[in-house]
Design a protein around this ligand. Structure first.
Ligand SMILES: [Zn+2]
Ligand SMILES: [Zn+2]
Length: 143
């Protein structure tokens, strides 16, 4: 069984299922699909397509440049709330998330008091918005 570790596509059982998709909310369905079947799956392919269309027609929520991707990729293309950003803002967001005081929020083994989570999250979102506002201003003043 040693060379059977690679999970095969749940649909064609021929190619490796390189796209692991969780969806269905409470039902908690998941699938591993190859690229070909992912695009052919009416439900998932439709979601991917809607996401790509949203990126193509949308603009960055921070600086207004044409959107290139979405921040928080694992959940953002399920559902209609895409966090569309350009690549520059994506990099800025990544930098923000990596700052120690922000990375801390996502470590479950922390001493965070549970009832503070909502407050901390709101605080985090405020600081993120501030951080991005500053970054966008800096960028505009340079050019
Ligand atoms: Zn397949
Ligand atoms: Zn941007």
């Amino acid at each position: 069984m040693s060379d059977q570790d690679q999970k095969l596509c749940d649909s064609c059982h021929e190619r490796p299922g390189t796209n692991h998709i969780c969806y269905g909310g409470d039902a908690g369905k998941s699938k591993s699909l190859c690229q070909v079947c992912l695009m052919q799956d009416s439900e998932l392919g439709g979601m991917m397509q809607r996401f790509q269309e949203a990126v193509q027609t949308g603009s960055c929520k921070y600086c207004g440049a044409p959107a290139e991707t979405s921040f928080g990729a694992s959940t953002s293309f399920l559902g209609d709330h895409y966090n569309l950003v350009c690549m520059i803002c994506f990099n800025d967001l990544t930098e923000f998330v990596r700052q120690p005081e922000n990375a801390r929020l996502f470590r479950p083994d922390d001493d965070m008091v549970p009832h503070n989570v909502a407050t901390q999250l709101a605080d985090y979102q405020n600081r993120q918005a501030e951080f991005m506002k500053e970054r966008v201003l800096q960028r505009k003043s340079k050019s």
